[in-house]
Design a protein around this ligand. Structure first.
Ligand code: FES
Ligand SMILES: [Fe+2]
Length: 392
């Protein structure tokens, strides 16, 4: 199926390339001299060596280091050393193996299935739902990859509900309404809409501005700039406004340094989150000034996965695109306050899920996105048992 591979910033200029690895698959995404984005299976047509690893720029050809066969950036075979030894064959019979490539906003998707439906159909109602967000203003500023000690589905499930906020992220409760978070389902994808800068109803009616401010600072203060990444005094709240308006103003102000004009985003838009769960393994956290893409990929064994994240920040629509730095975070390394908590549970989840007495899970209304993902996955894999409606 379609997989998120990288962002437009990873492959914006002619000669830029990016390797997506997912389980045994390796796909090269390459920007050609003609400006076209193409993707190829990462395999030499001579003896099957993988051509390129990682990511980079300035590529003028794809040359296999083993015996130096070379293809141009369109995937056409250009050169075969000591060619006569092979007898007669035509270059056009041995192009690189094309992979389907598609783009939604700044995200680049690939699929090795030639028969896969077009990406805009695959994405169902998601692009229309996010159209207000002017995704063309986003630029990827960092990629991180970190190994995690669980199956990829446990990672995806963890980013498919807000029910765990009160368990895993108690510091967030001062600044999120984790109770009234409406969900919307298309066929395979879904979204949850969350409001930040307001206290959780779980804390009762008497939560003051200071508590909201402190919670926001601890869990995501860095969004307003480095000065707010650590506990700091709450600015005065002007007459007729709330602490939420103050936070929204500081977010807008901070984003201005990247050339982003967010003056038309009101407080509600500035402090909302649309959390898209793209089937089967991607969570797109769409905040007003930032997008965080979290991808769960299979690891070396079924009990291991890789968590890949792309951080994108709002600039102005004409801001140049450059390849973002990639950070390899070791297992247990620092991913930020909230993500560290999300990752901290993965080892014990995997241990528990392995216990033979666990025959089924008990899921709430708030965990329907998990149900939807697994139902779709079982259908895609041909293992969905038919039962009476509502039994699963
Ligand atoms: S395997 Fe690539 S040139 Fe021989
Ligand atoms: Fe979480």
């Amino acid at each position: 199926m379609w997989q998120v591979a990288c962002t437009a910033d990873h492959v914006s200029r002619a000669g830029d390339w990016f390797e997506l690895t997912c389980g045994p698959l390796s796909v090269l995404i390459v920007r050609g001299d003609d400006g076209e984005l193409r993707a190829f299976q990462n395999v030499c047509r001579h003896r099957g060596n993988a051509l390129c690893q990682g990511a980079g720029s300035g590529l003028s050809e794809l040359r296999c280091p083993f015996h130096r066969w070379a293809w141009d950036l369109r995937g056409e075979l250009r050169e075969v050393p000591s060619r006569r030894g092979f007898g007669a064959f035509r270059n056009e019979d041995l192009p690189l193996v094309l992979v389907r490539v598609g783009e939604w906003g700044p995200l680049v998707f690939v699929s090795v299935d030639d028969g896969v439906e077009p990406l805009d159909e695959w994405l169902e109602g998601v692009p229309a739902d996010a159209a207000w967000a002017r995704l063309d203003e986003l630029r990827c500023v960092a990629t991180t990859r970190t190994p995690v000690p669980c199956n990829w589905k446990a990672v995806a499930d963890g980013f498919s509900e807000t029910y765990h906020v009160q368990g895993l992220h108690p510091e967030m409760l001062g600044s999120i309404d984790d109770v009234h978070a409406p969900q919307r389902f298309w066929g395979r994808h879904a979204v949850s809409y969350q409001r930040y800068g307001v206290p959780s109803p779980r804390l009762g009616p008497d939560v003051g501005d200071q508590e909201v401010w402190d919670s926001f600072i601890v869990t995501q203060g860095g969004r307003m700039g480095p000065a707010y990444a650590e506990p700091c005094p709450m600015p005065p709240v002007p007459e007729g406004q709330g602490v939420r308006d103050v936070i929204a103003g500081l977010l807008r102000e901070h984003q201005r340094q990247f050339g982003a004009d967010m003056s038309d985003f009101d407080t509600e838009a500035m402090l909302g989150l649309a959390q898209y769960n793209l089937f089967p393994n991607v969570t797109v956290l769409l905040w007003s000034e930032m997008v965080n893409v979290l991808i769960a990929r299979p690891g070396p064994t079924v009990d291991q996965a890789e968590l890949v994240s792309f951080l994108l920040l709002r600039h102005h629509a004409d801001a140049p695109r450059t390849q973002p730095p990639e950070f390899a975070v070791p297992a247990g390394g620092d991913l930020g306050w909230v993500l560290n908590q999300d990752v901290s549970i993965l080892q014990t989840i995997q241990t528990g899920l392995r216990q033979p007495g666990l025959t089924h899970l008990v899921l709430s209304n708030e965990e329907r996105r998990i149900i939807n993902m697994h139902r779709n996955l079982e259908q895609a894999l041909g293992i969905l048992e038919d039962g009476p409606a509502g039994s699963r």
